[in-house]
Design a protein around this ligand. Structure first.
Ligand SMILES: O=c1ccn([C@@H]2O[C@H](COP(=O)(O)OP(=O)(O)O[C@H]3O[C@H](CO)[C@@H](O)[C@H](O)[C@H]3O)[C@@H](O)[C@H]2O)c(=O)[nH]1
Ligand SMILES: [Mn+2]
Length: 724
């Protein structure tokens, strides 16, 4: 018997793994030496030192080292994978896929863009009768519903066109904005004529939706009334089993879902929307695999489904494989990506790193999930109907769908009214009451024995737009960090709940993610305490002539060099390294800190965590500044003041400190702190420039600068009194 060639290969990334291991070892020895120095001085009563400042700096070093340690796990065994879709079985043997797309707000998420995502998913290179596309609309907007009908109309031309010419870019907006598709047909006159026809159809589709938006009547009215906010599930297109009408058979099932949303019921934002889609699709198509997409993430490579199947169908790993995660790539990243919007470390380091320990975490978009894994462990125990209902709620239809998970239902016309009736129950806001829906954290799949893989093909499988304005980045990343830290402090803490159920290295990976916001505490200390001490002439680092100074210098240089080597090895440049250093520092004292505050506020019951979707509306001014690599300080005063005040504090203490060193000639004692403050000021140069030099609208507002100066002076005076 001829052995089938493998559907995919996996290899450990060398030399990254070796460099990381050696570095971890050497760096940890230097850290231990540093601790020894701190402890010996702290408990040496003959040494004159500001005990509070020393203790705070030492605590910060301990916390920073702890997060560093967690961080090493994801660098231990990075892997990369390649899939061979051409080796998959014939189309008729492929399993069905449900695509879930979420949208929430037609004002922040332009409907035409959302439809582009829908169209790109409908035209995936996969048997259309095995594809079902669901759109969840938390905005409940009649515009979205109308646009879906228009999108279906356009899809009837778009899909055959893509298939006929093997179009690679199946998101119409992107396709028509590119000059060529790199296809041999691109020269033929027939192709050019067809392309023009389709282009005008796309323009027509866009115009219709735009006009509907401008027309108040159909614009933002709700699909449900205030008196009757019941859910709406509308099957826009039914795929027919019998290919009587060719046109019908070639378009996937298309469903619009607007779940019930009452202010009195928690609706769990996107997670709640996905749960509703899971149930509704369960009784409609019940495909064994699910692709989850954000409305701003279009399918850039139509073969992604087939690539995912190379893993999901591989008998060697499929038993426990829960999902295949693709990276989140964005098309609107500028060359000098000042805010690190491309999330380089996530895409190039974290995900491959997690993949080396039984799999990456779920990002929430661009992921193919095995439906069964969302319903229990890979080796489920027998449970009876009553238990099933306690877990999954009262719907008999849905429970039945669980039982036949490997078999696909199709909705026929005769029973569609009953099934649709059931979908409304499943999309109601009370359905989850007294059930286990929405109770678990996202790494629970791995705790239950499931694994995942990370697939990063050279052509990005999904491409999205990301936010490139400082204000939106503040909102978005505060939300991320708050959510992650909440898991860290919940009963699902990866370091406790996780270590009992996963490997130590895997729990460390998740621990890093959950506790990353805690970077804010040591970094806030490092941004203030050495500076206060410098200003008051108190040393907290060894003298530059002392041999212990080498330990501190080594830890600093070794951390920077490791980061630089990672950036360069992953194809980055020196500039990316500098940007990432800067943004890490700025993030630590802003979004990580706000995320931490959000969790603290939630604890004391002051506010619930919300999910404000980022704005996907193109704002020319913000984009221009981002493209030019100029920081954009058009953000709320509340968010800017802490950052600006810290930079001002560093400027004040640097000037004061250097003045003192010159007068007292205490150069060797204070060198460490002078360098420390100087480094911060160099890294924060764009902030200083925004305060002092810039005149454009993106500069730091004068009111913010003034307020920051006042705060920094108060802090400097109080701090000097308390610490010294
Ligand atoms: O109540 C809500 C709020 C949001 N969304 C949808 O959630 C998606 C993500 O929202 P977006 O504003 O684009 O957030 P991002 O910060 O860009 O999303 C990232 O961060 C989210 C977690 O904060 C993840 O869920 C996403 O997958 C990930 O791309 C969008 O499709 C929204 O329409 C809902 O469906 N309901
Ligand atoms: Mn997004």
């Amino acid at each position: 018997m001829v052995k089938n060639p493998p559907l995919h290969v996996c290899r450990v990334q060398q030399p990254q793994a070796s460099i990381s291991r050696i570095h971890s070892l050497v760096h940890s020895m230097a850290i231990l030496a540093l601790f020894y120095y701190r402890v010996s001085i702290l408990f040496d009563s003959t040494r004159d030192k500001p005990t509070l400042a020393w203790a705070l700096i030492f605590a910060s070093e301990l916390l920073l080292s702890f997060i560093w340690l967690l961080n090493q796990a994801q660098r231990w065994r990075p892997v990369s994978r390649t899939a061979f879709p051409e080796r998959l079985p014939a189309d008729k043997e492929l399993p069905a896929i449900d695509v879930f797309i979420c949208t929430a707000d037609p004002k922040r998420e332009p409907t035409v863009e959302v439809m582009n995502t829908v169209l790109s998913a409908m035209s995936l290179d996969y048997p259309p009768e095995k594809l079902s596309v669901y759109l969840s609309d938390d905005g409940g907007s009649s515009l979205t519903l109308y646009a879906m009908q228009e999108a279906l109309f356009f899809a009837r031309s778009w899909l055959p066109f893509c298939r006929m010419y093997g179009v690679k870019t199946r998101c119409p907006k992107v396709y028509f904005s590119e000059s060529e598709d790199g296809h041999s047909h691109s020269q033929s006159t027939e192709f050019m004529a067809d392309r023009e026809t389709i282009k005008s159809k796309y323009e027509l589709f866009k115009d219709r939706v735009e006009r509907a938006r401008e027309n108040e009547g159909i614009g933002y009215t709700s699909v449900t009334s205030d008196q009757n906010p019941s859910p709406l599930v509308e099957v826009i297109h039914v795929k027919s089993n019998v290919a009587m009408d060719m046109d019908q058979a070639e378009i996937p099932l298309l469903v619009y879902v607007s779940r019930e949303n009452r202010p009195t019921h928690p609706h769990h934002f996107k997670a709640g929307a996905l749960n509703v889609l899971l149930r509704v699709s369960g009784v409609l198509s019940n495909s064994p695999y699910i692709l989850v997409l954000d409305c701003d993430m279009n399918c850039n490579d139509p073969t992604s489904a087939r690539q995912a199947m190379c893993f999901l169908l591989d008998p060697k790993i499929s038993h426990s494989l829960s999902f295949v995660q693709f990276p989140q790539n964005f098309y609107n990243i500028s060359e000098n990506d000042i805010y690190d919007c491309q999330l380089r470390s996530f895409i190039k380091i974290l995900w491959p790193g997690y993949d080396g320990h039984r799999g990456p975490f779920l990002s929430g978009t661009g992921v193919y999930i095995k439906r069964k894994s969302l319903y229990g462990s890979p080796t489920p125990k027998d449970i009876d109907l009553i238990q099933l209902k306690q877990c999954f709620g009262p719907s008999n239809e849905f429970i039945a769908s669980l039982c036949q998970i490997h078999q696909c239902n199709t909705i026929g016309n005769e029973d569609s009214s009953n099934v649709l009736q059931e979908t409304r129950l499943l999309a109601s806001c009370t359905y989850e009451k007294h059930t286990q829906w929405g109770e678990q954290a996202r790494f629970i799949l791995h705790c239950n024995g499931w694994t995942s893989v990370y697939c990063q093909p050279s052509r990005p499988a999904f491409l999205g737009s990301t936010t490139v304005s400082m204000n939106d980045i503040f909102i978005q990343q505060t939300r991320w960090n708050c959510g992650l830290l909440q898991v860290g402090f919940s009963r699902f803490c990866p370091l406790t709940y996780g270590t009992l159920r996963m490997s130590v290295l895997q729990s460390m990976c998740y621990g890093f993610l959950a506790f990353r916001s805690l970077f804010s505490i040591p970094l806030l200390c490092f941004a203030t305490i050495p500076q206060l001490c410098l200003f008051n002439g108190i040393p907290i680092y060894p003298k530059v002539t002392d041999s212990w100074f080498i330990v501190f210098a080594f830890v600093f240089v070794s951390a920077l060099c490791k980061h630089l080597s990672e950036v360069l090895l992953s194809g980055g440049s020196f500039r990316i390294w500098r940007n990432e250093q800067r943004i890490w520092m700025l993030r630590s004292v802003t979004v990580y800190f706000f995320g931490f505050l959000d969790v603290a506020m939630k604890w004391i019951g002051k506010r619930g965590t919300g999910f404000v979707p980022t704005s996907k509306v193109i704002d020319k001014e913000h984009i221009e500044r981002y493209q030019m690599g100029k920081f954009d300080f058009q953000a709320p005063t509340m968010l800017l003041v802490p950052l600006i005040a810290l930079v001002v504090l560093n400027m004040e203490t640097f000037i004061g400190g250097v003045g003192r060193v010159i007068i007292e000639t205490s150069y060797d004692k204070m060198f460490g702190q002078i360098f420390h403050t100087f480094f911060i000021l160099t890294i924060s140069y764009p902030v200083i420039e925004g305060m002092i030099q810039r005149k454009d609208r993106g500069r730091v507002p004068t009111s913010v600068t003034l307020l920051s100066v006042i705060f920094s002076i108060i802090f400097l005076s109080l701090g000097s009194v308390v610490l010294i």
